[in-house]
Design a binder for this molecule. Structure first.
Ligand code: MD5
Ligand code: FE
Length: 206
């Protein structure tokens, strides 16, 4: 099934079906090498979402700002490479949405516990804004807030469930978005947790 969530956003409900255990196994192995951690954001707050990354670079935040960095600031080592099983699923999802050339360099993995949330933001640190972001939702559901390219535009709430893939391309690539505080729930494969994996093409800053 392929649905249109909004301008340029393609929703593939249940896309990861059959790969869930492989995805969760990959996350567990990655987290041994680059543990989930809660990052500080500019202003001094600490995110409620814990995260880690794999691939050529990983998303980082501290008091000074956000960036993609080749080394994990927690371990001082390179981020673990992107597992082929994850890269393959991301490329297949992108292809379903018409992006045959998508080559993700980085995968950010967010881990939400009950009450964790993500405030409204745009993803624009990647450099390659022509490439889509592919996201996979695993575990308990989330209420996704989907706004417009302008901060003031109305926000639509969309529920994202275990196994859903969303390909954010075209005008939705720069849409404002966020996640409402996670409601307590249980999923047989993740317990009380939700994971979101986002696959991104990154260009070096010049
Ligand atoms: C999440 N993660 O569920 C979301 C899913 C993040 C983040 O927002 O930055 O880690 S990715 C949603 C996304 C990405 C790019 C564009 C749009 C949504 N959009 O146009 O709404 O943890
Ligand atoms: Fe985002």
């Amino acid at each position: 099934e392929r649905r249109t969530l909004g301008d340029g956003a393609v929703h593939l409900p249940g896309f990861t079906t059959g790969h869930d255990r492989a995805i969760l196994g990959a996350i567990a192995t990655l987290a041994e090498q680059a543990p989930f951690r809660r990052m500080t954001v500019p202003g001094g707050g600490v995110m409620s979402v814990a995260l880690t990354s794999c691939g050529d670079c990983g998303w980082c935040s501290d008091e000074r700002g956000y960036c993609y960095a080749a080394k994990d600031p927690l371990t001082g080592r390179s981020w673990p490479s992107m597992p082929n099983v994850l890269k393959g699923i991301a490329k297949d999802a992108a292809q379903q949405a018409g992006y045959d050339e998508f080559e993700p360099q980085s995968c950010l993995i967010n881990r939400y516990e009950t009450g964790a949330r993500m405030g409204m933001h745009q993803d624009k640190d990647e450099g390659c804004l022509e490439a889509p972001v592919v996201s996979l939702s695993i575990g308990i559901p989330a209420r996704f807030m989907f706004g417009g390219v302008e901060r003031e535009q109305a926000v639509e709430v969309v529920d994202l469930y275990h196994g859903d893939a969303v390909i954010w391309g075209g005008p939705s690539r720069l849409a404002w978005h966020g996640i409402k505080p996670l409601r307590s729930a249980f999923h047989p494969l993740t317990g009380a947790l939700r994971y979101n994996l986002t696959f991104r093409a990154i260009a070096e800053d010049t």
